[in-house]
Write a protein that binds this ligand. Structure first.
Ligand code: F6R
Length: 369
């Protein structure tokens, strides 16, 4: 049942190109248009939405953080993203013009369920992004967009995360299409890029051996830090979460711009720091800033593990270890940048003798608040 892999997690990491392709199937076409028949919230209602609120927990929350960048950029609708467990208890401002998006692999996470119930009581429409057919969260929502990752058995979420990202991009593009905001060449180009993204995920998977080797050399470390900017920031948080839950190591993700506001004090000789570098094209200001961050931490002794696009030569002098990812549009980069972090955490967990599929103290679906 593990299909020749030692762990479900390895199998599920390997299944990601297919999971991504399956989640796009029938929803986009090569000409750059989009059909989401399942979203039964009428276009008239979607055109009146003046705020999007995303609620989720854990890895699904990180997908929501990335969705915020895409939704605001492509639709210009203000978007908030909040941990489901915090959302409900602070009396959030919601009304019929708010679209709430609940992201959940299992569809049974109690915190997320309670958040969506609260939102519906306030008259908001709820769209679920979910991987489990017929589970409670989609049943209680106004509409659902299913991710087609197939069953995820390992406790640590991998393929579900990538498909949550795909679903979030689809929703963002669909909102843009329905509302006519910024709908045009850029969005059509993104849809075309999405149709080839599964191949990019496949290519990253083919280059992971050096990441495994590196992970094995770090098995006795106590701490690993992760830095990112823009959509690379949630990717850094996700990399840190994977390492905590699988390797039981102290791992923290930071927005790289925050370094000088505190975290740089943590840098010491030989501390592994993983840096997710944005594309040098597109938002090149961010790229240049992060390159100077890498320089700064390396000058203070950090061992830099740099994840950067193919062809990005500016990072080479400051990377103790360089992990290449394919060129993608800025907003889609998390689909390829997350993969090495999953492999890294899985290999470190194995090297430390941990149970990869069933980390201690964790359950696959958290049905209590
Ligand atoms: C991390 C992980 C958890 C879940 C979280 C939400 O690898 O698996 O953080 O992402 O418990 O679960 P769902 O998506 O089922 O609501």
């Amino acid at each position: 049942e593990k299909g020749g892999y030692d762990y479900f997690m390895l199998k599920e990491i390997a299944e990601q190109p297919k999971a991504v392709a399956d989640t796009l199937l029938g929803r986009i076409d090569g000409s750059g248009s989009l059909t989401l028949d399942e979203v039964r919230i009428p276009p008239r209602v979607l055109r009146e939405i003046d705020k999007v609120v995303i609620v989720a927990c854990g890895t699904a929350f990180h997908a929501g953080m990335i969705a915020k960048y895409a939704i605001e950029h492509w639709t210009r609708i203000p978007c908030e993203v909040e941990l489901a467990s915090e959302f409900r208890y602070r009396d959030p401002i919601l009304d019929a013009q708010t679209l709430v998006i609940a992201i959940s692999q299992s569809g049974e996470t109690m915190d997320t369920l309670m958040a969506l119930r609260h939102a519906r009581e306030q008259g908001s429409k709820v769209l679920a992004i979910c991987n489990t057919n017929g589970s409670t969260i989609p049943r209680e929502s106004d509409a659902v967009l299913y991710t087609h990752a197939g069953p995820e058995v390992a406790v640590a979420s991998t393929k579900a995360f990538l498909t949550q990202l795909v679903a979030c991009y689809l929703v963002a593009l669909y909102l843009g299409q329905t509302r006519g905001t910024k709908w045009g060449d850029e969005i059509r180009a993104v849809i075309r890029d999405l149709s080839s993204i599964s191949g990019a995920v496949e290519r990253v998977l083919g280059t992971m051996e050096p990441v495994r080797e590196l992970a094995r050399t770090l098995a006795s470390k106590n701490t690993v830090l992760f830095l990112g900017r823009h959509v690379g920031y949630p990717v850094a948080l996700e990399g840190a979460l994977k390492l905590k839950e699988l390797a039981y190591m102290h791992a923290e993700g930071f927005a790289a711009g925050e370094l000088k506001h505190g975290p740089i004090a943590l840098i010491e000789e030989d501390l592994p720091v993983v840096v997710v570098v944005p594309s040098p094209r597109g938002r090149s200001v961010l790229h240049d800033k992060i390159v100077s961050n890498i320089q700064e931490i390396r000058a203070r002794g950090a061992r830099t593990i740099v994840i950067a696009e193919e062809g990005d030569e500016a990072v080479v002098p400051y990377a103790d270890h360089l992990i290449r990812i394919p060129v993608t549009p800025t907003l889609l980069q998390p689909l390829v940048a997350t993969v090495p972090l999953q492999v890294f955490a899985c290999e470190l967990a194995t090297a430390r003798g941990n149970e990869v599929d069933q980390p201690r103290n964790l359950a696959k679906s958290v049905t209590v608040e």
